[in-house]
Design a protein around this ligand. Structure first.
Ligand code: LIP
Length: 280
């Protein structure tokens, strides 16, 4: 496979934005069919009673896969609903990491905070990403080494240097046992930071870090598709991003993702370690 160059990453970003925009339109169109068609409790579930899946998830991923097959036929795709099309990508092969609707519980309940998230990687290295919000129409994107943008405006992460007044976002897993341990961690750090936000959409939590809307974000137990695009957007906006690390070199938990403005990144990591994050 040809090495990926600068022109390529900008092209990949444009493809991610184009396809995510189309899927965002479909997600909105389908939502009226999904929301109000009956109780959320009647929706099919996956890993637990709260891990719901909707027609929107399935139809949007099918559209994304169809459009990527048209635009980028040589690439691989890993998606939340359809998994990996042909197993692991070949060395040097671009792979798209797709969450057709991130924030599915918000989507199914009629809350507006959900997004289509599409990232592109090669050999595990992030190259480009787009996160598109169907309700607001906001378009978040990044190309590796070129920066991150919200609707074309350059993004910069928080410059705050005091964790004690930081607004920190987090999320809770679908597994009730893990959720209980995660809630206990939130309780331990809540009085050590400025405030906590639980918005229900990892990709938009990471974009919020990129915009400085929150000063930091952490979560344990996400899937690759939840954070692939948002982590690059936060990183290209100047945030310090620690992606999940099976070796857990940072002592934050092997399945932790942490993103924060550079002024509080070390302080937040220390708070999380002291509160027992490595065991989550
Ligand atoms: C969700 C994440 C959220 C997390 C939820 C779930 P989904 O992704 O965006 O941050 O707390 O447990 O993983 O399932 O809506 O794609």
């Amino acid at each position: 496979m040809e090495p990926v160059n600068d022109e390529d990453v900008r092209t990949l970003e444009k493809v991610a934005v184009e396809v995510a925009r189309e899927a965002a339109e479909l997600a909105l169109a389908v939502r009226d069919r999904v929301v109000g068609a009956g109780s959320v409790a009647d929706l099919p579930t996956k890993s637990s009673a709260t891990d719901v899946v909707t027609e929107g998830d399935r139809e949007c991923e099918a559209l994304v896969r169809e459009r990527l097959a048209d635009l980028r036929p040589a690439d691989a795709v890993l998606g939340e609903e359809g998994g990996a099309d042909d197993g692991d990508p070949r060395p040097g092969q671009v792979r798209w990491i797709v969450d057709p609707i991130d924030g599915t519980v918000n989507y199914a309940h009629g809350l507006p905070w959900f997004a289509v998230s599409i990232g592109a990687e090669v050999d595990g290295r992030p190259l480009a990403g787009a996160v598109v919000e169907p309700v607001s129409g906001r378009v978040w994107s990044a190309a590796a080494g070129h920066g991150a943008w919200l609707d074309g405006r350059v993004l910069r992460a928080s410059e705050l240097r005091r964790p004690g007044v930081a607004v920190v976002a987090t999320g809770l897993n679908y597994d009730p046992q893990r959720r209980r341990r995660q809630a206990a961690l939130v309780a331990r750090i809540a009085s050590e930071v400025g405030d906590i936000r639980r918005q229900g959409c990892a990709s938009l939590d990471l974009c919020s870090v990129a915009a400085g809307w929150v000063d930091g974000y952490y979560e344990h137990g996400l899937h690759h598709w939840d954070w692939a695009a948002g982590a690059l957007i936060a990183e290209e906006a100047g945030a310090v991003v620690r992606r999940p690390d099976p070796a857990d070199a940072a002592g934050l938990g092997p399945e932790a993702i942490v993103a924060a403005g550079p002024g509080i990144a070390d302080g937040l990591a220390e708070l999380l370690r002291a509160a027992g994050a490595s065991g989550l």
